[in-house]
Design a protein around this ligand. Structure first.
Ligand code: SF4
Length: 427
């Protein structure tokens, strides 16, 4: 079966045409972007769902992670979290389950109408009992199982190799490895005294992904886990590896995106995004964070939204939701709703901040006009989360203004002084 990349070299596949129309871009341009590896469309042919484009020409997308752990394993809770994430605007879901019946959980997530990602090494470790007992046969067998089940994109920590380990030793960090998948691969490599099979046998990995039409999300197992570690070498060594592997994947007709960059101080966000984009030939960039401070646990959804909006403004394509319970506990439904909304807001800010035309977006202007007219109904319908805005406004009754200034409403005062309301302009 020809890959989407190969199909795009010959014409405009229907899924590309659909995504292009959803994004308001020329289908031919979208096909060219897919062929050049700058736009990915995670869509395993074994299942069908709402298509989603990530990368060049597309709106910034949001992913939400759900999944069980050994300590909290409730499939109905995870299903409720998945539904809450979709209702609140996520574009994709990732199932990061490590506890309970992993196949049953995956089936639940794959029943949702969005692209789904997984991290196969989690299940490989679960099947083996511990990371040191995961060999390449087991890992590739789990990868095949996930592809066969219909998973659309797989996080694969191919860049956690001997070079990255050497960088960890020669340029130590306060927190050596915080990525769960990264830590599993480090354990496999150190305890088995072997190279990471995803790196050593990358060609074989590409064969599997090409066979099933699955997108590789090249994981950032060496992402910094605190802003103090942001300048240490390990992550850069990993990105250089991922850049090489991204080119190999493209040559093999396998769609791929790059994950990064973890905890990064705000002034370094632009540089990191541009550096990764340059190293990877503008591959779509999927961000975990960036978390721009480490001292706001409980509010990491806001910390991540600030970093994510900044990164998206500078070219990041895909934001992974961070919930208020990040670093503290497995998220519940409320955490997922809050985190998804913050990520969605960050993605919108990123979208409108990329160009001068962006922040002149018609919906922004319509909201300004609705505010000037004290037109609450329009304000709530224009708001990203109008029901939430309406419930706050309604707390103090059905006022013409709002209870913030009440009778001293500046908008109404100036409108009355000027004697008439400003003309409404179109879009
Ligand atoms: S009362 Fe104050 S906050 Fe509320 S709409 Fe008027 S100016 Fe704005």
């Amino acid at each position: 079966m020809p890959s989407l990349i190969h199909e795009c070299l010959a014409g405009i596949p229907s899924v590309v045409d659909t995504v292009a129309r959803m994004e308001g871009i020329n289908p031919r341009t979208a096909a060219r972007s897919v062929a050049r590896g700058r736009l990915v469309i995670p869509a395993n042919p074994r299942r069908s769902h709402r298509p989603c484009g990530v990368g060049e020409g597309c709106r910034v997308k949001v992913n939400v992670n759900i999944g069980t752990s050994g300590e909290r394993c409730d499939l109905s809770l995870e299903e409720a979290k998945a539904r809450a994430a979709i209702e609140n605007g996520t574009d994709t879901l990732m199932d990061l389950s490590t506890g309970g019946d992993l196949a049953a959980m995956r089936k639940i997530v794959l029943s949702m109408d969005v692209p789904v990602g997984t991290v196969p090494v989690y299940e490989a470790v679960r099947r083996a009992g511990n990371a040191a007992d995961v060999d390449s046969d087991l890992l590739f067998s789990v990868i095949r199982d996930h592809c066969r089940d219909g998973v659309d994109f797989l996080t694969l920590h191919c860049g956690v190799n001997r070079d990255a380990l050497s960088a960890l030793h020669s340029d130590p960090r306060i927190m050596p490895v915080v990525s769960r998948g990264g830590a599993f691969h480090v354990a496999m490599m150190v305890q088995r005294e072997e190279e990471n099979p995803l790196y050593a046998e990358f060609d074989y990995l590409l064969e599997i992904l090409a066979e099933y039409g699955v997108v590789a999300s090249l994981g950032d197992g060496m992402r910094p886990g605190c802003i103090h570690d942001a300048e240490r070498h390990a992550k850069t060594v990993e990105y250089l590896t991922l850049g090489r592997l991204a080119n190999c994947a493209l040559d093999a007709g396998v769609q791929r995106m790059i994950e990064g960059p973890g905890h990064i101080p705000l002034p370094q966000v632009e540089y990191n995004v541009k550096m990764i984009k340059e190293i990877t030939n503008d591959a779509p960039l999927y961000l975990l964070g960036p978390l721009v401070t480490d001292i706001a646990p409980g509010y990491d959804h806001l910390v991540s939204a600030i970093g994510g909006a900044t990164a998206a403004m500078h070219g990041a394509d895909f934001l992974c939701m961070v919930s208020p319970s990040e670093h503290l506990a497995l998220p519940d439904v409320t955490d997922i709703i809050e985190g998804t909304r913050m990520a969605r807001v960050a993605a919108h800010i990123g979208d409108i901040s990329r160009t001068r035309e962006g922040y002149k977006h018609p919906r922004e202007r319509q909201m300004a006009e609705a505010r000037q007219h004290l037109d609450w109904k329009s304000q709530f319908s224009l708001a990203l989360y109008g029901d939430h805005a309406r419930s706050i406004h309604a707390r103090d009754g059905d006022l013409e203004t709002c209870s913030m200034c009440g009778e001293l409403c500046a908008v109404r005062m100036v409108r009355d002084i000027f004697g008439k309301e400003p003309e409404k302009k179109q879009g």
